[in-house]
Ligand binder design. Structure first.
Ligand code: BTN
Length: 258
């Protein structure tokens, strides 16, 4: 069960807890279709049986050991072409809550993975419903590895693996803190503080301003991330030229040569 009392205006003030479900993003979408939910409503489950990730991947998390939840927002102030600003605000909201626990090695991997070193601590799946040219609804799905230790593969990590506690991390307490930091960053976006958000995002961007290997359209190349453009495309300097990549057009070579 989850009972939280976040110090927020709306994020997490209404919580829908499901002991088990296929995907909290799907549950949130059903609420949007059926009941016009309040902005800030959070759907959370202990056991997500068919969690969805980016690029059609699955999101797997052991029951009762992690946070898997979806936040419903109504960012009608954002144009469809500005979706990336929500990625920035949400990534930073998660960063703000986790940084005091993890320390300075915490990073956001473009566009919105939560990384420590070369390991993934959390992921975000934002699904928007458009109304005309603007975003009517956003389902912000967040998966964070918290108390799970054993993943069966080396590319994932968790809070308990990185910064072990004698017992376990308090999941409702962490959720409550996340509601607060997510709301702060969302309100910053609402207030038009995009310059600050972008500066903060670049400050903690994984592999920012370092030369590394990337892959695009089957071609491997070395380049240096130098920023993001107003559409959220990744700007990589390659052989003295700047190339821009949209989501899914480029991947990081993490396992191989860097
Ligand atoms: C990714 O990194 O691929 C994104 C993972 C997002 C997982 C979360 S868990 C809660 C919410 N419900 C889902 O089905 N997916 C998101």
């Amino acid at each position: 069960m989850y009972k939280i009392h976040p110090k927020t205006l709306f994020v997490g003030q209404i919580l829908q807890y499901l002991p088990s479900c296929q995907s909290t993003n799907d549950e949130a979408s059903v609420l949007i279709a059926q009941i016009d939910p309040n902005e800030g409503l959070v759907v959370i489950t202990d056991n997500q049986t068919a969690g969805r990730g980016q690029r059609g991947n699955q999101w797997e998390a052991k029951a009762g050991e992690n946070l898997t939840f979806s936040l419903i927002l109504k960012p009608g102030f954002l144009m469809a072409t500005e979706q990336f600003w929500l990625n920035i605000a949400v990534s930073l909201g998660i960063y703000d809550a986790l940084q005091p626990l993890v320390g300075p090695s915490l990073r956001i991997k473009w566009p919105n993975d939560i990384y420590v070193g070369n390991q993934k601590l959390g992921g975000i799946l934002i699904e928007n419903t458009l109304h005309g040219y603007s975003i009517a609804w956003s389902v912000v799905g967040i998966g964070l590895n918290v108390n799970q230790i054993d993943f069966g593969y080396s590319t994932a990590t968790s809070l308990q693996a990185l910064a072990p506690l004698p017992n376990t991390y308090d999941l409702p307490g962490l959720l409550s803190r996340l509601c607060e930091t997510l709301e702060q960053r969302y309100l910053q976006l609402l207030a038009g503080q995009r310059d600050t958000l972008k500066i903060n995002y670049l400050q903690i961007l994984y592999r920012f301003q370092q030369e590394h290997r990337f892959e695009s359209e089957g071609q491997s190349f070395r380049g240096t991330i130098i920023g993001i453009d107003p559409h959220g495309r990744l700007a990589i300097q390659v052989n003295g030229q700047i190339r821009y990549f949209a989501f899914k057009e480029v991947s990081f070579d993490i396992e191989g040569r860097s």
